[in-house]
Design a protein around this ligand. Structure first.
Ligand SMILES: [Zn+2]
Length: 404
């Protein structure tokens, strides 16, 4: 009979560690394997418990409980008789080695490299026609976009960011010096929103050779814009912050953001998948798309199928699947081969996708920190799609896109 991995680890703990019973509390103290400290195991046959995180999350027998069981068993057979006849296979935990030289090189060069890539991306942006318009010329579109994206990357207040921007000018990345405080004004200009969105897609496009699997997700964030509303119950006027929601499509390997939609928070999630994937498809081959329950609809399954791919979306617990079409087909797949289905679905749950979300949060923080009101959510993710996280940076190295 094979024994489970947890049981094996429990056996190893029982064999290698000193497990004592606390005479006062009547609990067993099992040393933690990952650090200092001890977990308490209550060996009540009716209700076995452990204080470790594994037990807390799963609520099932953890390795510490197994270790205590083996210890008790050993004590019962203190005369030397053997009851354990099972053979133990040691399962080695695979850990992935960090490629330190590439990682270091990538991090050290990142800020410089980002500016080069960003300036390159902005260079071809068209300037509006100002023929016949009098008055002071505004900053160039390409300079403004550069300044905004670079500010989000630097994560500094507009005054402190001023130095970075002046240096960028000295290096020739922008054509005119721009004071840091001026950049907050750019963020309030809705004319930049479509340009930024287009650049998000454009900056991800070089990864078309690497990415064929995508995840769609969303995150809501508050803006500094407030609205007044009348509370009928209490007969008073109140103010509340206006929320928006950013929906993103991102590649699961490099975490590059391939499309963004920023909409009012109360708008339905479901209809956002189609336009996101349509934008993505302009540069990428779409083989797989994973998304959560909020996006699961017959139309969305069909949209991805029409692109030649398969969508893996989870279903609400009360779904019956009696909707026909691809929805029903995938629902049965989900019901009867759940492990296989979830293996596809969980591609979206890898660290990198969450890393991508973390970067979206980061933009959100930036967003909240800015003091000027009236902000539109334009600043999301442009530098992120240029340089993502460390894992993606290594992928860029391997793909020969970042050479330093
Ligand atoms: Zn435990």
């Amino acid at each position: 009979m094979a024994i489970s991995e947890r049981e094996q680890r429990g056996l190893a703990i029982a064999a290698l560690c000193k497990i004592d019973k606390d005479p006062k509390e009547g609990v067993w103290l099992v040393p933690s394997q990952s650090g200092g400290g001890k977990y308490k195991v209550i060996n009540d046959p009716e209700n076995e418990r452990c204080t470790c995180p594994d037990f807390e999350t799963r609520g099932k027998t953890c390795k510490h409980i197994f270790a205590v069981r083996y210890t008790i068993e050993r004590e019962l057979h203190a005369d030397g008789s053997e009851t354990l006849t099972e053979t133990m296979t040691v399962v080695k935990k695979t850990t992935y080695k960090q490629q330190w030289p590439a990682y270091n090189a990538a991090q050290q060069a990142e800020k410089r490299r980002l500016q080069v890539l960003l300036a390159d991306l902005c260079r071809t942006l068209p300037e509006p026609d100002r023929k016949g318009i009098r008055g002071q010329r505004p900053h160039l579109v390409k300079d403004s976009i550069f300044a905004m994206a670079f500010k989000v990357y630097c994560r500094l207040s507009s005054r402190r960011f001023g130095t970075d921007l002046l240096e960028a000018h000295e290096r020739g990345h922008i054509s005119n010096p721009i004071p840091g405080t001026k950049v907050t004004v750019f963020f309030e200009n809705p004319a930049f929103t479509p340009i930024l969105k287009e650049l998000v897609a454009k900056s991800a496009a070089p990864l078309a050779t690497v990415e064929t699997e995508f995840a769609v997700d969303s995150s809501g964030f508050g803006t500094c814009k407030f609205e007044r509303w009348f509370d009928h119950k209490y007969g008073v006027t109140r103010t509340r912050s206006i929320w928006v929601k950013a929906h993103i499509a991102c590649g699961v390997k490099t975490n590059c953001i391939t499309a963004v939609r920023i909409i009012e928070k109360d708008t339905a999630d479901c209809p956002q998948l189609k336009p996101l994937m349509e934008t993505t498809r302009q540069s990428f081959t779409v083989n797989e798309v994973s998304a959560d329950t909020a996006y699961a609809s017959n139309e969305n399954f069909q949209t991805v199928a029409d692109m030649g791919g398969t969508a893996y979306m989870t279903f609400k617990s009360n779904t019956t699947g009696a909707k026909g079409g691809l929805f029903e087909k995938m629902f049965h797949f989900f019901q009867f081969q759940r492990d296989e289905y979830l293996a596809h679905y969980h591609k979206r749950s890898n660290e990198r996708v969450f890393g991508g979300q973390a970067q979206v949060w980061r933009c959100r923080d930036e967003h909240e920190r800015c003091r000027h009101g009236q902000r539109s959510a334009v600043q999301i993710s442009l530098p992120e799609s240029l340089l993502f996280d460390s894992g993606a940076r290594r992928a860029w190295y391997r793909a020969g896109l970042l050479e330093e």
